[in-house]
Design a protein around this ligand. Structure first.
Ligand SMILES: C[S@@+](CC[C@H](N)C(=O)[O-])C[C@H]1O[C@@H](n2cnc3c(N)ncnc32)[C@H](O)[C@@H]1O
Length: 404
């Protein structure tokens, strides 16, 4: 995980030098230039300041800050849409000059890996610009802004106790408030007939297609012990316990995930599941009849702690899970790997590469269950990566050791 060291930020206000703790969940460095703004600041002015690298400390009405952020978002998204279209047109022109096919689908598929990296860059630039609207919270996360809600409980849950004043982006505050809402309402997992309550910074199971795969896969003949590697909210461990596995050991590297899984398990009264903080496999554990893992699906570098569940540089977790699987498996045990092929459509990993990792780990495919995701982004044909997202298949690969 990326280290988050304690940092302070200084600014001038009413001819006084002020200082506060700097909080950034996206690992943004403390702003070098801060100006104080309020309800009189227009969206155009704020946009200009943000683009010029100036952060804005909000001293107006709380609800007006929310509106200003929406207006900023619209301006940034409009600019980004225009620049993405320019990139596709440029690629089309280049392709036309080379005498190769120029239809949009073929151009898009040719430039997809670049588009993916460009899209990530655009998103990170967007996040940096939007994070330039700041607010100050007093010790215990108390806001002095007009019409500010009580954000103390949400911030404490998301960022931990803090007994000094801090500066954070309005966006990070919204993230904490959103997570607090989820923690109360939960995410309904229809095919299980229950809700899961994600914590801030823990992978939220908003896509359920892989849940059905885990419900459909036939259990091995013996299923006394299973491991859920990278448990997140505890969802897969819960399914295994509900399917009758006697002992489930669930691990995660992220302490937030373990706290979250522990709460979800307690709510459902599932004592069969034990949690352990571990890099991949648990220690002091028996051999398992079943090893389950839903690793981050995209081999790309996470840029903030919040991205660790989605991006995995060089597929480190996936390869580590496969490489050591055999030594944790009991006789006739099975490995269930949940993986989408989006990385293949984005040309970030090839199918041959994946199959070679199975073979190098001494594993062969017993069967595979597939499903096609139906989430919003896979249907959005304005997304430059639509061709890849629309072709995505999520699979449960059942792997077993082969005799060498
Ligand atoms: C895609 S999420 C899956 C979460 C959950 N299993 C699910 O299906 O909803 C991947 C999880 O793996 C965890 N993780 C990443 N690297 C890990 C490692 N080396 N050891 C253990 N857990 C890891 C992340 O913290 C995250 O919770």
């Amino acid at each position: 995980m990326l280290a988050t060291e304690i940092q302070y930020v200084q600014w001038h206000e009413n001819e006084t030098l002020r200082q506060a703790r700097w909080l950034s969940q996206s690992n943004h460095v403390p702003p070098a230039r801060i100006v104080v703004v309020d309800d009189k600041t227009t969206a155009d002015e704020a946009y200009r300041l943000a683009c010029a690298g100036t952060s804005m400390l909000w001293r107006g009405d709380f609800n007006n800050a929310r509106q200003l952020l929406q207006a900023l978002t619209r301006r940034i998204d409009r600019t980004n849409e225009r620049s993405e279209q320019r990139k596709i047109n440029k690629a089309a022109n280049k392709s036309a000059k080379s005498g190769k096919p120029t239809d949009e689908a073929s151009v898009t598929s040719k430039v997809i890996p670049n588009l993916f990296h460009q899209q990530r860059q655009t998103q990170s630039q967007r996040s940096r610009l939007l994070s330039r609207l700041l607010l100050e919270l007093d010790a215990g996360y108390v806001s002095q802004l007009r019409r500010a809600p009580d954000v103390s409980a949400a911030c404490t849950a998301a960022f931990g106790e803090l007994n000094e004043s801090c500066l954070l982006s309005f966006r990070d505050l919204q993230g904490a408030l959103g997570a607090a809402g989820w923690r109360v309402k939960g995410v309904a997992i229809e095919n299980l007939g229950l809700s899961i309550f994600p914590h801030y910074g823990v992978f939220a199971p908003t896509r359920h297609e892989y849940v059905q795969l885990l419900l459909d896969a036939p259990l091995p003949a013996v299923y006394d012990v299973a491991f859920d590697i990278g448990t997140g909210t505890g969802l897969l461990a819960i399914i295994l316990a509900q399917r009758g596995v006697k002992q489930v050991i669930a691990t995660d590297l992220n302490p937030r995930a373990l706290a979250c899984a522990s709460e979800n398990l307690a709510r459902l009264e599932l004592p069969a599941v034990q949690l352990q903080q571990a890099d991949l496999y648990p220690t002091d554990a028996p051999l398992a009849n079943l090893l389950v893992c839903n690793p981050p699906w995209l081999p790309a570098k996470p840029t903030s702690p919040l991205e660790f569940a989605v991006y995995d540089a060089n597929s480190t977790m996936l390869r580590g899970f496969l490489q050591s699987a055999k030594q944790h498996l009991a006789e006739h045990g099975e490995v269930w790997l949940i993986l989408s092929d989006l990385a293949e459509h984005l040309q970030l990993r090839s199918r041959d590469e994946l199959l070679s990792w199975f073979a190098n780990a001494g594993l062969e495919v017993k069967y595979r269950l597939d499903t096609q995701p139906k989430h919003g982004r896979s249907q959005d044909d304005t997304d430059p990566l639509f061709a890849a997202r629309n072709a995505e298949i999520t699979s449960l690969w059942c792997l077993v050791p082969f005799n060498t």
